[in-house]
Ligand binder design. Structure first.
Ligand SMILES: *[C@@H]1O[C@H](CO)[C@@H](O)[C@H](O)[C@H]1NC(C)=O
Ligand SMILES: *[C@@H]1O[C@H](CO)[C@@H](O)[C@H](O)[C@H]1NC(C)=O
Ligand SMILES: *[C@@H]1O[C@H](CO)[C@@H](O)[C@H](O)[C@H]1NC(C)=O
Ligand SMILES: *[C@@H]1O[C@H](CO)[C@@H](O)[C@H](O)[C@H]1NC(C)=O
Ligand SMILES: *[C@@H]1O[C@H](CO)[C@@H](O)[C@H](O)[C@H]1NC(C)=O
Ligand SMILES: *[C@@H]1O[C@H](CO)[C@@H](O)[C@H](O)[C@H]1NC(C)=O
Ligand SMILES: *[C@@H]1O[C@H](CO)[C@@H](O)[C@H](O)[C@H]1NC(C)=O
Ligand SMILES: *[C@@H]1O[C@H](CO)[C@@H](O)[C@H](O)[C@H]1NC(C)=O
Ligand SMILES: *[C@@H]1O[C@H](CO)[C@@H](O)[C@H](O)[C@H]1NC(C)=O
Ligand SMILES: *[C@@H]1O[C@H](CO)[C@@H](O)[C@H](O)[C@H]1NC(C)=O
Length: 797
């Protein structure tokens, strides 16, 4: 009763058949629009031969009766022509006849041979990995096609029609797998290797499947896979939870061996410790992974270094080809073979988890902080990578935000329901005790508290128990990005969360910052050098205050700070060429050069919403005390080193016998009475553009004391003595040097000794004394102050 149904559906199919292309004689047909997988071999061409003895439809080339091929070989037909087309609507026809087909029809390849008006159809169905064929004919009697694989007859499509029932079908499922020329039917095994526990099968949909041990299983060599053992070691802050759940606490800032194996000296894992916000608590800081030919330094800020150079993940892959490396917002992840095991390291800058996959039944005998050695902590110190003095312990002031009771409550979260599914697999006790030990001595900042539930959750998932993303179960913890994106912190800094806005940045380590914090400064004191001044601020102190160093400038907003990429010091300078808006004022005894480091642009704004920075940046020149100094001249030059100010300068006095002041008056030079003498007063180390030197007065005495009764004035109030027409003063108050001339004289009734004394002053503006007839007496000289430099020289007979 089934046949008529097939007949009806076949009729409708033939009626609706798409346009077919006619071929005359033996032909090659492109079937790439509907490729056919013939017993596991996929083909995109068909070759049809009319040989006179038969008709052959082959996949792998034109028919060769000697060798055969992957072919259907049928009876000879009267006409050597056929039609070819593709179709998609033969689904039901195949499915009703062949229950073994699991996949859905994609398309068919239809070949039609007009055999004296009685068509013979060969239809190939593409069912994805599966395939099927049917033969249909209206011819009376038997029409049979041999189904050959590589020339060997495998099956026969045979339609026998009787006069009362013509138009019969013959169906065949031609799905199979083929491996090395061998054909394997669906649902059969292709191969099996007990040594590696792998087996290859041909699936029910004729696809090859390779099965073996799972990713965390090892083959026992007898076709048995056993689960590998996973050992985890967790390091958070100062605490270490080793492979065997012992908890250790690192107190100092040294380097420690984390994993080593005396029988495999090529490999080693070392961790370094450094303080962060508190001087009395150490934190895991970096890892050094050593293997044959490589040493990789993984730092707390998320950068990876080889020697002194940061490396990219591509460079890392070249260095260690076996290494898989990834960096995402949770942290860094490395995995590679080490100590004959699969070693992996996760590090987010504060928490690190090391895991080793060890074949079943094997004992783990590694040493180090994570291993099962019975060495003490100090035995594990790795002096090669430890800084000297790293073992010194410091104390720090108590932090009122540390509350051991609250901390313990927090750590006990790990006993709650959210984690119970993991308790039998990973014991929470060491995580709770490491958590409490840390949080009773260190504040819950930088997300350090959340690292403990995070580490526990991660250990659970390594052991196949997924308790969700490990932050979710603790209300106080939200995912925060690991590391400081795009930043490289210096050795004096660590990457942490800024307390003002919660963003990450390079913050100062406690020991480094202590000298600044004690004096409440942001940097080193101003350095007043010759003709220049500089001020250096500490980058991480600015960062903690939320101050962007690039917004800081001097009075002149174009004078900004230069950051040193090595140590993150931000330096501001001004000098006599580029004064950066320095204000120079005189204040009694001092000349004050004032500038500030600030982030304010408009001093007239009434309010600002930025944190204001206003750091005084001032150098001072002190006028020297008026002191009597007497010089016995060997030659005519006197040098006074004026060192009493913060800004050093020298003052010299020289005598010459020519107006160009090239012929210095030496100790052996005879000076004649009424000979003209030029005396030059010079300063060095003063900035011409900012200050001037005024010779206020010069006078001569017959004795060394400048204050004796007998004196003769040469310069008075910055001007030549009006009673001595030989005295001329040049350049007074116009720069940092000036000179004057007079004709030599001697004191009547005294020895020939002449002591010359001058009083000089530093002056800022309006320094040129008004001399002569037009002088307006009422105003008086502006440069005058009570303090002045005093210099003397003597001519001795
Ligand atoms: C096929 O080709 C041959 C030779 O070219 C020709 O004689 C014959 O009529 C053709 N047959 C058809 C059906 O076109
Ligand atoms: C099959 O057809 C091809 C192309 O026409 C021809 O070269 C080849 O000799 C034919 N093979 C046989 C066995 O007739
Ligand atoms: C064949 O039938 C299945 C199930 O009814 C259907 O999903 C599939 O699309 C059909 N294929 C074609 C080519 O019509
Ligand atoms: C086809 O089937 C008929 C009837 O069952 C049989 O007589 C004939 O030998 C078969 N032909 C071949 C080639 O197997
Ligand atoms: C396979 O080998 C392992 C280890 O040698 C052994 O424990 C296990 O019982 C063996 N399994 C079988 C099925 O022989
Ligand atoms: C690693 O495996 C090799 C080969 O099995 C062995 O010779 C070597 O001793 C093993 N090394 C360690 C550290 O176990
Ligand atoms: C631990 O110490 C004992 C006794 O000193 C020693 O026998 C044993 O080998 C040590 N174990 C390891 C792993 O070093
Ligand atoms: C001058 O400067 C000194 C020191 O900076 C200061 O104590 C004094 O008050 C200042 N005097 C005047 C008049 O500004
Ligand atoms: C400074 O602020 C005042 C008041 O807001 C404004 O009038 C003035 O133009 C500003 N000056 C500059 C240079 O921006
Ligand atoms: C002043 O400068 C001189 C010469 O450069 C130098 O020897 C002296 O130490 C300096 N004095 C001070 C206080 O800086």
């Amino acid at each position: 009763m089934i046949r008529p149904l097939i007949y009806l559906s076949a009729l409708s199919l033939l009626a609706g058949a798409a346009a077919q292309q006619q071929y005359n004689g033996s032909s090659e047909v492109d079937i790439s629009s509907c490729p056919i997988t013939y017993y596991g071999q996929k083909y995109e061409q068909l070759y049809v031969n009319f040989t006179g003895e038969n008709v052959a439809v082959c996949f792998d080339g034109f028919y060769d009766p000697e060798t055969g091929g992957d072919c259907f070989v049928g009876p000879p037909f009267v006409e050597e022509v056929f039609k070819f087309g593709t179709n998609t609507d033969d689904n039901g026809t195949f499915k009703r006849a062949l229950q073994t087909l699991e996949s859905d029809l994609i398309c068919t390849v239809d070949l039609t041979f007009p055999n004296s008006g009685q068509e013979v159809d060969l239809t190939l169905g593409n069912f994805g990995p599966e395939a099927a064929v049917y033969l249909f004919t209206e011819n009376e009697g038997s029409t049979a096609f041999d189904v050959e694989i590589a020339g060997t007859k495998f099956h026969t499509l045979n339609v026998t029609n009787y006069p009362e029932l013509v138009e019969g079908f013959s169906f065949l499922d031609i799905s199979a797998c083929r491996v090395s020329g061998e054909v394997y039917p669906p649902d059969s095994q292709v191969s099996s290797d007990p040594d590696t526990c792998t087996s290859v099968t041909c699936s029910s949909t004729a696809e090859l499947r390779t099965t073996g041990c799972g990713p965390s299983e090892t083959c026992q060599g007898n076709n048995t896979c056993l689960m590998d053992a996973i050992y985890t070691c967790t390091l958070v802050g100062p605490t270490v939870i080793d492979f065997h759940d012992n908890v250790a606490y690192v107190e100092d800032r040294c380097a420690y061996v984390v994993l080593s194996d005396p029988t495999a000296p090529d490999y080693r894992v070392v961790a370094t410790y450094q303080e962060r916000r508190r001087k009395d608590v150490s934190f895991l800081d970096s890892f050094i992974l050593e293997g044959p030919g490589f040493q990789i330094d993984i730092r707390q800020d998320g950068t990876v270094w080889v020697g002194d150079t940061p490396v990219t993940s591509e460079e890392l892959k070249q260095l260690v080809p076996d290494m898989q490396f990834s960096l995402d917002q949770d942290g860094l992840f490395f995995t590679f073979p080490m100590f004959n095991y699969t070693f992996s390291l996760f590090f987010d800058g504060t928490m690190a988890q090391i895991s080793l996959t060890v074949p079943p039944l094997e004992e783990l005998t590694l040493q180090g902080l994570c291993g099962n050695s019975n060495e003490t902590l100090s035995d594990l110190r790795f002096s090669d990578l430890s800084a000297s003095g790293c073992e010194i312990l410091y104390s720090d002031t108590p932090d009122s935000s540390i509350n051991c009771i609250t901390a313990t409550d927090f750590c006990d979260h790990l006993l709650e329901d959210a984690y119970t599914s993991c308790h039998s697999v990973v014991d929470p006790t060491p995580y709770i005790s490491a958590c409490a030990e840390t949080l009773c001595s260190y504040p819950s900042v930088d997300g350090v508290n959340c690292e403990f539930p995070g580490a526990y959750g991660r250990a659970c998932s390594l052991h196949g128990v997924d308790i969700g993303h490990y932050w979710n179960s603790v209300a106080e913890c939200s995912p925060s990005p690991a590391f400081c994106p795009g930043r490289t912190c210096t050795a004096n800094e660590f990457c942490g969360e800024r307390l003002n806005n919660g963003q990450t940045g390079c913050l100062c380590r406690a020991l480094f910052a202590s000298k600044y914090r004690e004096t409440n400064t942001l940097g080193d004191p101003t350095v007043c050098g010759p003709n220049s001044a500089s001020l250096s601020l500490v980058g991480c102190l600015l960062e903690e205050q939320g101050v962007d160093y690039s917004a800081l400038h001097l009075f002149d907003p174009t004078c900004t700070g230069q950051i040193d990429e090595q140590n993150h010091m931000v330096t501001f300078t001004y000098d006599n060429i580029n004064t950066c808006g320095t204000l120079v004022t005189a204040n009694g005894s001092e000349i004050i050069y004032k500038n500030v480091v600030t982030n304010l642009n408009n001093y007239t704004n009434v309010i600002t919403r930025r944190d204001q920075v206003y750091i005084d940046f001032t150098c001072v020149q002190t006028q020297p005390d008026l002191k009597t100094m007497s010089f016995r001249i060997k030659d005519s030059s006197v040098i006074v080193q004026v060192t009493s100010g913060a800004w050093n300068y020298t003052l010299t006095m020289n005598a010459y016998t020519d107006s160009k002041r090239t012929e210095a008056l030496g100790s052996n030079t005879d000076v004649l009475l009424d000979q003209r003498i030029w005396v030059e007063l010079n300063t060095y180390g003063l900035d011409n553009s900012l200050v001037s030197v005024v010779t206020d007065s010069c006078w001569a005495t017959p004795d060394p004391s400048p204050t004796g009764d007998v004196r003769y004035d040469l310069i008075v109030n910055g001007c030549p003595n009006p009673n001595d027409p030989t005295v001329m003063v040049y350049g007074n108050g116009r720069g940092t040097s000036n000179y004057f001339a007079f004709n030599m004289f001697r004191f009547t009734g005294k020895s020939g000794n002449i002591y010359l004394h001058c009083n000089l002053q530093l002056c800022i503006s309006n320094c040129v004394p008004a001399c002569g007839a037009r002088r307006r007496r009422s105003l008086g000289p502006k440069y005058k102050s009570e303090h002045s430099a005093f210099i003397s020289m003597a001519w001795i007979n």
